[in-house]
Structure formats: structure tokens, C-alpha cells
Unconditional design. Structure first.
Lengths: 496, 65
């Protein structure tokens, strides 16, 4: 028997459409997501080993594969390519299909590309652990790993463009601009940077510029747009309130698109570069205040009066926390570009604190929020435990706040002391040590949170606690999934 | 060598030109004519404006079960 949801005919069709779209994206989205969660655990393990080595240098000191110079880049690359990119791609595929009101195209191909990407992360990580990595941050994986990422990136771009060109919705929602732009930027950034770096086209100072053009833009023009797009969808959708100012949201996107590209060279302030290249980076970073302020106003004002919903929605709790940290980390990042600021913070723990506030506090928290929304809808199952979700949230939130605040505070004073030649270097090292221990404790909190999250994901996938309708899942009870999809397929066949 | 070292700046410029082109294309296409409708485009009769669509397990519409 086919169950049809109650309500007007148009509503039924909208619901059917959402169910069919979610069904079409199930396998590829789950593959990208579950892979990302597994990499998150490996990334956390590498992070803990790296962090412990900073205050206990002899820890695992006899194993050359786990020396700091190898395990730290592996942590960064696993977290970026394994966790961040795979979570971002899973989210963008689901979100773009939803916003375009079309089925996800080429599910088999996109699933295969997820496996190719996974192979790339495995091969690259083993290569770096074996001592074959480069010393170029974010591009440590050897050149032969490039096809494992470039080809899937082009495949995701093709799927994204196809969805947009065949969309049934009249309007291009602000999130769609961000998603389209991100998928165009990634292949350009990655292929250009790898080509220039590994074919010897750029060396010395030019190589450093290439490195930070890629490194900064990989964060700002790839993962940031996807997280902002997700927040622009989830905050209004979960609260039931349209974006406060749609004008501002569009202004934010187009100014980010124009200005962010130029900010990367601020990482090289004080280096042997022509002064104008640094100035370009500083100006680009200052202009970034415009998109950041638009996003901050919009997300805050959309939430105004309904902050109590943070108590009842896991998606909203993570997403709003991430949006708040976007404002904080972006303001901090723009100020860091200033030469006077860099004089103190460059080569200190401050930079590490800032990087984690951005990639974890902002990006990862929004990805967690997205997964809490998307997993039930593509698995047609309910989350098993509110307690596990709360352990995840508080472990992550308290962990990143203590990590970010602790390292930024320590880094500032570390830089101030390093600028004073009368202070012995070892005294500065002793000053930093308690904060490095705090870093490990904070990291342990985040790792516990990730384990709780992984357990929740395992339970929802294994149908440990199978509930087809429930409060996290849907506001209205949904009918049997497969019957609905079959019914919709039959209708479309008849219509053709 | 100087020209090769300018590859990154040329790529950055290309990105900016592409962005300006995309913006002018979007304006001509009328994407910015009705922002109010745009903001409401993610809602429908089943998930309308004013309805919360995500809750913790065991909490529904603010009531613990």
C-alpha cells in the first residue's frame, strides 16, 4: 500500500520531491560523509601525538615515522583533505540538489570519486609518514597524489554545474552562489599550485607566494564558501525565518569573491618579498571586513529573538556556534595581516590558535551542524541519543575555545618576549609550556567529542536505533521511503 | 623567469575577471530583482516560514516526550 502524506496536493508534491532528492543523494553523500568522519578520527589521533610531543619531546621519539616533522603535516593533510574537503563535498552535493530541486546526477560516479579521493588521502599520508612529503604547507602530499584530488574535484564541479543548469527553481538562492563558486575555485587553485610547485616553474620567493596563494585560498575560497552557504541555508531553514537581509547576503558573497583571492601574501609579511606583494595581501585582508560584517549581521539578526531554539536543535547549536566563530576568526585574521600585528604574532602559537578557530571553530562546527541535519534525511532514520550529541557539542565547543583563547594569549606574549633581546629564549620556552599542555587537554576534549560523534554516526548507519519518524528527523511524519520514491518515479515515467 | 613568477598573479587576476563577469551575467539575468522572494525561496507549504525543522531526539516542538 502506498502512503501519501496528508495536506494539499501541492504540499504532497513538494514533500515527495524532497524525499526523491534525498534518496538520489543517499549513497554518494553517505560515502563522502562517513569517509570524512573516519578521517576526522585519524586526524585527531595525529593531532594528539603531535601535541603531546610539544611538551614531551621523547614521546614516541624512537619511531621515525612518528617524528614531529612527519606526524604534524599528516595531521594537517588528513584534517584538510580527509575531513574538511570530504565533509564539504558531501554537504554541497546534498544542498545543491535540494536548492535546485533536482535529483543528484551521476550517483555512481560521485561515489566512485569519493573512493578515489580516499585513496589519495591514504597514499599521501603514508608517503608523508615515510618521509616523502614536501615541506610546503597544505601541499605536502607528493605530486603523484594530485590526480586523486584533481579528478574528483572536476567531477564534483561537473555535477554541480549540471544541477544548476537543470534546476527547477526559478531563483538562485545565495547559498547556490557560494557553492558554485567554491567548486569552480578548487580545481583552479589546486591544479595551478601543484603544477607550478612540482614542475619547478616557481622556486624560492615565487614558490612561497604560490604556497600561500593556495593555502590561504584553499581555506577562504573553498571550505569557507561551503560553510557560509550551509549556514545561510540551515539557520533560516531550522528557525523558520528568512534571512534578515537578502541584499546584504548577496553583497557578502560578491565582495568575498572579489577580495579574498588577494589576501594570501599576508602570510609572508616580513619575508624577502617585494613590498607591493605584501601590501596587496594586507589590502585584500582589510577589504574582507565587508563580507564578514554582512554575514555577521545577517546570521545574528536572523537568530534575534529565537536564540532559545539553540536548546532544542542540534543543527542550530553547532551552526550558530560556527557562524559566531566565523566572525571572530575572520576579524582576527584581517587584523593579523597588518604589519604592526605581524611583528608580534608571526612565528608564534598565536597563528596556530587562529588557524584552529577558523578551520575547527567555524568550518568544522558548521559541518557537524549540517551532518546532524542531513544524516537523518538521507538515511531515513533518527539520531539515537541526545546525550551523545550534547557530549559532542560541549567537547568540541569547550575544547576549541580553550585551545584558541589559550594559544592566542600565549602566542601574543611569546611574540612580545621574542621581540625583547634581553629575555633568554629558554625562558620563553618555559613560559609557553603550560599552554602547550592546555593545548593537549583541549585536543583531548575535542577527540572525545569526535568519538561520541562517530558513535552516533555508526548507530544511525547501522540502524541500531531505528526510528523512521521523530523530532530530529522531520516536523511531520514521513511515509515509507521506498514506496514514495517508486511512486514518484512511476509518475515521472507516465508524464514522459 | 619574471613572466613565470607572475603565473599566480595572472591566475588571481583571472579569478577576479571571472567574478566580475559572473556578477554582470547575474544582473542581466535578473537574479537580484526580487530579494524578498529570494529569501523565502527555501520555504514551502510543508516546511513553511515560522516552523522549526530540527530538534534533539526526544524533544518535539519544545515538548519532551
Amino acid at each position: 500500500m502506498t502512503h501519501v502524506p496528508e495536506g494539499p496536493a501541492e504540499s504532497r508534491l513538494e514533500q515527495i520531491s524532497r524525499i526523491v532528492i534525498d534518496d538520489s543523494s543517499r549513497v554518494p553523500v553517505l560515502l563522502w560523509f562517513t569517509s570524512s568522519v573516519i578521517w576526522l578520527l585519524f586526524g585527531s589521533l595525529a593531532a594528539m601525538i603531535s601535541s603531546l610531543k610539544l611538551h614531551h619531546p621523547d614521546f614516541l621519539g624512537g619511531i621515525e615515522w612518528l617524528t614531529f616533522g612527519r606526524i604534524r603535516p599528516v595531521h594537517l593533510d588528513i584534517v584538510f583533505f580527509g575531513w574538511s574537503c570530504m565533509a564539504a563535498i558531501g554537504t554541497l552535493l546534498w544542498l545543491q540538489a535540494r536548492l535546485c530541486h533536482v535529483r543528484l546526477p551521476w550517483p555512481v560516479l560521485l561515489s566512485g570519486l569519493a573512493m578515489v579521493w580516499n585513496i589519495g588521502v591514504v597514499v599521501g599520508s603514508v608517503a608523508v609518514l615515510a618521509g616523502h612529503g614536501s615541506s610546503i604547507e597544505y601541499l605536502e602530499f607528493p605530486a603523484y597524489c594530485a590526480p586523486f584530488f584533481a579528478i574528483p574535484a572536476l567531477g564534483v564541479l561537473a555535477a554541480n554545474v549540471k544541477m544548476y543548469l537543470t534546476k527547477r527553481s526559478e531563483h538562485t538562492y545565495v547559498s547556490q552562489w557560494y557553492l558554485l563558486a567554491a567548486t569552480v575555485w578548487l580545481p583552479i587553485l589546486y591544479v595551478t599550485a601543484m603544477f607550478c610547485t612540482y614542475f619547478g616553474l616557481v622556486q624560492g620567493v615565487s614558490q612561497a607566494i604560490t604556497n600561500w596563494w593556495f593555502g590561504h585560498n584553499a581555506l577562504g575560497l573553498w571550505v569557507t564558501p561551503i560553510a557560509v552557504a550551509t549556514a545561510y541555508y540551515l539557520i533560516p531553514k531550522v528557525t523558520g525565518r528568512p534571512v534578515h537581509s537578502y541584499h546584504l547576503s548577496l553583497l557578502g558573497f560578491w565582495t568575498l569573491a572579489i577580495f579574498y583571492n588577494w589576501a594570501g601574501t599576508h602570510h609572508l609579511t616580513g619575508g624577502p618579498l617585494p613590498a607591493w606583494t605584501i601590501t596587496v595581501g594586507v589590502v585584500g585582508s582589510m577589504m574582507m571586513f565587508i563580507p564578514v560584517i554582512t554575514v555577521a549581521i545577517n546570521h545574528h539578526m536572523t537568530m534575534r529573538g529565537v536564540f532559545s531554539m539553540l536548546k532544542t536543535s542540534p543543527t542550530l547549536r553547532f551552526t550558530v556556534f560556527g557562524s559566531f566563530l566565523y566572525t571572530v576568526a575572520s576579524f582576527q585574521g584581517s587584523l593579523e595581516a597588518l604589519r604592526s600585528h605581524q611583528e608580534i604574532t608571526h612565528f608564534t602559537q598565536y597563528t596556530i590558535g587562529h588557524a584552529h578557530l577558523g578551520l575547527y571553530g567555524f568550518f568544522s562546527m558548521i559541518m557537524f551542524g549540517a551532518m546532524y541535519y542531513i544524516f537523518p534525511r538521507v538515511t531515513n532514520n533518527e539520531w539515537s541519543s541526545a546525550r551523545l550529541i550534547k557530549v559532542h557539542f560541549w567537547g568540541s565547543a569547550l575544547g576549541i575555545l580553550s585551545y584558541g583563547v589559550g594559544l592566542c594569549w600565549a602566542g601574543w606574549w611569546q611574540g612580545t618576549m621574542m621581540n625583547n633581546p634581553s629575555i633568554p629564549f629558554l625562558q620563553i620556552v618555559e613560559y609557553i609550556k603550560p599552554y602547550l599542555i592546555l593545548r593537549s587537554i583541549s585536543g583531548a576534549g575535542m577527540t572525545i567529542a569526535h568519538l561520541a560523534f562517530a558513535l552516533s554516526v555508526w548507530r544511525i548507519l547501522s540502524r541500531h536505533h531505528f526510528v523512521m519518524s521523530g523530532p530530529t528527523l522531520f516536523t511531520t511524519q514521513r511515509p515509507p521511503w521506498r514506496e514514495f520514491v517508486n511512486e514518484q518515479n512511476q509518475r515521472e515515467e507516465i508524464a514522459q | 623567469m619574471f613572466l613565470i613568477s607572475m603565473i599566480i598573479w595572472a591566475t588571481a587576476l583571472l579569478g577576479a575577471v571571472m567574478t566580475v563577469w559572473a556578477l554582470s551575467w547575474a544582473v542581466k539575468r535578473g537574479e537580484f530583482r526580487n530579494p524578498r522572494q529570494g529569501a523565502a525561496s527555501i520555504f514551502d507549504d510543508e516546511e513553511p516560514i515560522g516552523r522549526q525543522t530540527d530538534f534533539f531526539p526526544a524533544i518535539r516542538q519544545g515538548v519532551r516526550s
